[in-house]
Design a protein around this ligand. Structure first.
Ligand SMILES: Cc1cc2nc3c(=O)[nH]c(=O)nc-3n(C[C@H](O)[C@H](O)[C@H](O)COP(=O)(O)OP(=O)(O)OC[C@H]3O[C@@H](n4cnc5c(N)ncnc54)[C@H](O)[C@@H]3O)c2cc1C
Length: 898
């Protein structure tokens, strides 16, 4: 006997173990072992029709007569083949009577997958009910086993969950359910909802004595590997759980807390607890769950560095290498391990428009780790709502919905998101400081937390608020949580460093070399635990308590409900983001390398950009999901580095959203005359250029706020190269219409399309071959007036169709579908090239000896950037592309590289 280690002394909650054994002797050994560990409740699973349940039950009783036994009955394995409900009933009742009568409980299991309307748990329960009501006399002779049923609260789809809930209600309605077994899963919010549902339904249907048991997986490496590579049907596990024992342990211990809080019996699922080592693991997890309840938070101080000011302004940097690792045997979470005592002083936690989430959010973590009393705040300033690069247009819909969801998530922790509409004074922008002052005064806050925002206006706002707060003696904690790496910590060489300045490879290599891989996301359970232990300031009742609704972020006037298709296509919440990531990981990641440019293939890319932009998903979550997938889709992981690169470029060139990075390109001449420019631009915006692939993209954009990257490139290239409209107009329109409108990425991409960026595009995408839509399905969808054209070639080039063919497809060019806005693409493109060359010839000071563009860096130095061959000129303005010396040079370079 080891009384100090028994489960019952660790917690007053009863624990069951699902048994795993080879034969009755083996079973008896297990029972002896578990009995010595203080466990008296067992479940025996039913995996085969030939299982000898009565023999097993007797074997357990032989060793441990007073134990409590729940025997599972699988309706699937015990089914009589090809027989209807009536024929199934008798053998079922006979089995219960003969083989299960010595059990304390019988758990009816129907098996995962689609439920049959024929023989299922509900029919079985009805049969039990009939017997109960007709044989009241015999049942009084001996206490019959209790009947238990299973319930899964973790279905990712709400319709599947509703169906599961409805089934549980029907089971209740039979009147003979004594207990519910919750299946295992990892979404703790779903678990909480499920528990609430069970208890409230039971109450509603007068089940006063219902009991619940909750499944647990022992998070061993083997179990995780098994679930990763051969997942069980109907078991929904997050990537976080599957990423390894440390995260899985944290999740399981958090589940135990929830079970305990809700008076739920614990069931360790098979293979269960078989050895001393397993038992040790269970003790550690139990201690972690029980012991952490009221603990003070302690840990390791070096992981947090104070800023150089050394006073109230602290710049928090928790780098990947410094982050303490959570070990299985550690009863403390990674967040708790830092040596910080939580203050009783209230603080403000300000959410921005790039970090609308709780998971893996550094500001949330820091605020809740340092303070027990936190007021979450969202400030909607004039600049946020009306500024040129603010979250207006389509993205406002995503922001608003994400905020609604954040508001609800915070409520589940009894926290309130205080929303304030901020006005400016006559003296100019105030960046919300009046509201901040008001809240600080009312709640007595001593510190304010937020994540940095790396746009010029975000930086300005942050600096303004910081100055104001520091002057008032309030501590400021700024963290970064929207990018993989902090752009302010990156310094690139202006020399050729494996690539030109601020291009992808030097940037990636620099980040890797200096900071290692991006930090893994913080386990959700760690954040949630702190949130659970956080409360609102008591003053909250006296403050205005405005909600997201009061901010009026999306302004829909008139009858055109333009926001609805966006809402439908992009539901915005952390759960929606995680679900979308999982769906993509399962179905899309494998195909990404091959199919990412296909607009006619569903799910060819992740469509996670609005989530990454608004912050319902952290880039680290996606980065590590990609890395952990084992599929190594390199291009996909690099896309996230492109995202960081855009912010780096914006930090070096803060006016790149409106001004050319290659400053001399400002002098480029575009299409002649404002009227012609407006005619072309209008046709492009409205999807009426007469080039179907362009029109399809622009219509999809306007209707739903999204286009895949390859189509964005087609339409951008078309506007700049063939319509000869200044890229800044396209950039602005995209910002207004995109659901993922990100002023850094958008500007970087448009600069590159417009030739004036760091990375001039070395290709022109044809608007007539449309390889992105080789089946034509994409264009058919968005340009339905061409849908009946017989071939995909004609769909992309309707002007090549004969009158008869067009008429048959009900297409009349100029009437049902516009004529092409420009007809001679070659001539238009030549005008573009000429205009670029002419501008370059006038700016020789920005032309290097090899004909490459030079750009000016903020420190005054110049650096070379990639320049397309057709634009390379010598010092006299002559073209270098046919210059034999340039060919010679290239060959030499190649030889050298070898
Ligand atoms: C002219 C033009 C304008 C663009 N404007 C934006 C914009 O405002 N906001 C925006 O998020 N993306 C923009 N992009 C980049 C890219 O098209 C989108 O990020 C991508 O199409 C989003 O779809 P996805 O989530 O399925 O991407 P995936 O291919 O699944 O990529 C995953 C994530 O990586 C990031 N990413 C992908 N491509 C890029 C890229 N080229 N640069 C930086 N990050 C990238 C995005 O966050 C994306 O969600 C633009 C591209 C072009 C050509």
């Amino acid at each position: 006997m080891k009384p100090s280690r028994t489960i019952s002394t660790t917690s007053s909650f009863s624990t069951r173990v699902e048994l795993f054994f080879k034969n009755p002797d083996d079973l008896k050994d297990r029972i002896r072992f578990l009995q010595s560990e203080g466990i008296s409740r067992f479940n025996i699973v039913n995996k085969d029709k030939k299982d000898t349940m009565n023999v097993w039950i007797d074997s357990i009783r032989e060793v441990y007569p007073e134990s409590n036994i729940c025997a599972h009955y699988s309706l699937k394995y015990n089914k009589v083949p090809r027989k209807g409900i009536a024929e199934q009933r008798d053998p079922f009742l006979k089995d219960l009577e003969e083989d299960y009568c010595n059990a304390d409980e019988i758990l009816l299991i129907s098996g995962s997958g689609k439920k049959t309307t024929q023989w299922n748990t509900i029919e079985a329960l009805k049969a039990v009910q009939d017997i109960k009501s007709t044989s009241a006399e015999s049942s009084s002779k001996k206490t019959k086993p209790k009947i238990s049923v299973a319930y899964n609260p973790y279905f990712p789809s709400s319709s599947d969950q509703e169906e599961e809930n409805r089934r549980l209600e029907e089971k209740f309605a039979t009147g003979c359910v004594s207990k519910i077994y919750l299946q295992f899963g990892t979404d703790l919010n779903s678990l909480k909802n499920g528990i609430e549902f069970c208890y409230s339904k039971a109450k509603e249907l007068n089940y006063d004595d219902i009991s619940i048991a909750g499944s647990l997986f022992l998070p061993t490496k083997q179990l995780i590997a098994q679930q990763k590579f051969r997942p069980w049907n109907g078991v929904f596990l997050s990537q976080e759980f599957l990423s390894g024992p440390e995260h899985a342990t944290a999740i399981v211990s958090e589940m135990i807390k929830i079970y305990m809080k809700n008076n739920i019996e614990l069931l360790w699922e098979a293979p269960g607890i078989r050895t001393e080592k397993d038992m040790g693991m269970v003790h550690d997890i139990m201690e972690r769950a029980v012991g952490s309840k009221d603990d003070e938070i302690t840990g390791n101080k070096e992981t947090v560095s104070s800023s150089t000011t050394g006073t109230s302004n602290s710049d928090i940097d928790i780098s990947a290498t410094k982050r303490p690792k959570l070990m299985i045997n550690n009863a403390r979470s990674s967040l708790e391990k830092k040596n910080i005592i939580r203050s009783d002083d209230p603080c403000l936690l300000i959410f921005g428009t790039h970090d609308v989430r709780l998971q893996d959010n550094k500001a949330v973590e820091e605020a809740t780790r340092r303070h027990k009393i936190v007021l979450p705040v969202f400030l909607w300033t004039k600049e946020d709502s009306d500024g040129m690069w603010s979250a207006k247009g389509a993205i406002a819909v995503c922001l608003q919905d994400a905020l609604y969801s954040l508001e609800t998530s915070l409520q589940s922790f009894d926290l309130h998101l205080e929303c304030r509409l901020c006005t400016n004074t006559d003296d100019g922008p105030e960046h919300g400081v009046t509201e901040i002052r008001d809240l600080i005064d009312k709640v007595g806050a001593k510190a304010v937390f937020w994540n940095k925002e790396f746009t010029p206006e975000g930086r300005k706002r942050g600096d303004f608020r910081k100055d104001f707060l520091i002057k008032r003696g309030v501590q400021v904690y700024e963290t970064q949580s929207s990018l993989l790496y902090d752009p302010d910590k990156i310094e690139l060489s202006s020399d050729f460093d494996g690539g030109h300045f601020a291009t992808l490879m030097p940037f990636l290599n620099n980040c890797r070399k200096n900071f290692g891989p991006p930090p893994r996301p913080t386990p959700r359970v760690d954040t949630f635990r702190l949130l659970e232990e956080t409360s609102l300031p008591t003053y909250t009742d006296s403050i205005s308590t405005s909600t997201v609704n009061d901010l009026n972020i999306v302004k829909v006037t008139g009858n055109h409900k333009w926001d609805e298709p966006i809402r439908k296509r992009f539901p915005m919440s952390e759960k929606a983001a995680n679900d979308a990531m999982e769906v993509f990981a399962r179905n899309g990641m494998k195909k990404y390398e091959m199919e990412r440019s296909r607009a006619d293939q569903d799910g060819a890319t992740s469509q996670l950009s609005p989530h990454l932009r608004i912050g319902t998903l952290s880039p680290n979550q996606l980065y590590w999901r990609i890395e952990d997938s084992g599929l190594s889709p390199k291009t996909l992981a690099r896309r996230l580095i492109w995202r960081d690169l855009a912010y780096y470029q914006l930090s070096v060139f803060p006016d790149m959203r409106t001004r050319c990075i290659r400053s001399h390109y400002e002098d480029m001449e575009w299409v002649d005359g404002p009227d012609e420019e407006e005619r072309r631009f209008h046709a492009w915006k409205t999807g009426m250029t007469g080039f179907p692939i362009v029109d399809a993209g622009m219509r999809e954009l306007y209707a739903t706020g999204w286009m895949t990257q390859s189509i964005r490139m087609v339409v951008a290239s078309f506007l700049v190269e063939y319509l000869r409209v200044n890229w800044t107009k396209g950039c602005e329109w995209f910002h207004y219409t995109l659901v993922d409108a990100d002023s850094a990425i958008n500007a970087m991409m448009w600069q590159n399309a417009g030739r004036s960026g760091i990375d001039q595009w070395n290709f022109i995408l044809s608007p007539t071959t449309a390889s992105q839509d080789s089946t034509g399905a994409y264009t058919q969808r968005w340009v339905p007036e061409l849908a009946d054209l017989p071939t995909s070639a004609l769909i992309h080039r309707p002007w090549e169709g004969s009158i008869d063919v067009l008429l048959q497809a009900k297409v009349v060019l100029g009437r049902t579908y516009p004529h092409r806005i420009v007809t001679d693409l070659k001539a238009e493109r030549q005008l573009s090239v000429d205009s670029t060359l002419s501008m370059r010839r006038k700016s020789q000071e920005y032309n290097d000896s090899r004909g490459y563009d030079l750009i000016q860096l903020p420190n005054g130095s110049k650096t070379i950037v990639f320049t397309k061959k057709e634009y390379r000129i010598n010092e006299n303005g002559g073209l270098l592309k046919n210059d034999p010396t340039s060919v010679r040079r290239k060959k030499t370079t190649r030889r050298k590289r070898k």
